[in-house]
Design a protein around this ligand. Structure first.
Ligand SMILES: [Zn+2]
Length: 234
């Protein structure tokens, strides 16, 4: 992977359609850069890829390091090299958008990747509990997520910003995953508050997409469900 190129496996629309039985292995995905996010087979938890390690953020906020043969039905990664670093206060999640907008190379129609590190006064995270049956749509799973609150934790958030009209293609703007420094807690960030954290930002204009060749993928409708995407992005 070249610096700040983005790699994506499958399409968000396929995941929305419940296509999540199989995918790329963890060992193969781990060669696609140094940070990223996604989910696991049957949408069992949230995936966070950080410094060459792939973590499974499970219900109740538990964390396990994924096994090399675990399957990833959808994920995005990048060989992240920061182009801009700044220290900011974050009263809520919108502060991330503000920081991205303030970057002088900000581009509305390009992709951006970022990493936030520091001490958070408050974080509210969710983890998807996994499908109860094959093909269960992600929008249904959103209703049964596990939600945890954390106070005074230090850790890292990984995120991507996708241009708005690419919504069904990939990880959209509000999608960010957190893991603490001890690698014992984490999830998909719903709310946050921090007096002072460091954000690193890079712009990306190269996106490599690998599509599944499975029967499930080829029979999926791949329609964009804007409402559903919004619900699961939280
Ligand atoms: Zn997520």
């Amino acid at each position: 992977m070249e610096d700040n190129h983005i790699y994506q496996y499958s399409l968000l629309n396929a995941l929305m359609d419940g296509v999540s039985e199989t995918g790329i292995t963890v060992s193969k995905f781990a060669t696609k850069g140094n940070q990223g996010l996604g989910t696991f087979a049957r949408m069992n938890g949230e995936l966070l890829f950080l410094d060459s390690k792939v973590y499974q953020l499970q219900a109740e906020g538990n964390v396990r390091e994924a096994g090399p043969d675990d399957q990833i039905p959808f994920a995005v990664s990048t060989q992240f090299v920061s182009q801009h670093t700044r220290t900011v206060a974050m009263n809520d999640k919108n502060a991330i958008d503000d920081a991205l907008n303030a970057f002088k190379h900000y581009a509305k129609n390009l992709f951006m990747s970022y990493r936030v590190h520091g001490h958070f006064q408050y974080l509210k995270c969710r983890t998807v509990r996994g499908q109860e049956y094959k093909g269960q749509p992600l929008s249904e799973l959103g209703k049964k997520q596990s939600v945890e609150e954390y106070h005074d934790v230090t850790g890292t958030i990984i995120g991507f910003r996708t241009p708005s009209n690419w919504q069904g293609f990939g990880v959209a703007g509000e999608h960010l995953h957190f893991i603490n420094d001890e690698r014992t807690a984490g999830g998909h960030v719903l709310e946050l508050q921090a007096d002072e954290v460091e954000i690193q930002i890079a712009v990306a204009n190269n996106v490599h997409i690998e599509l599944p060749t499975s029967e499930d993928f080829n029979s999926a409708s791949l329609n964009t469900d804007d409402e559903g995407v919004k619900n699961v992005e939280g």
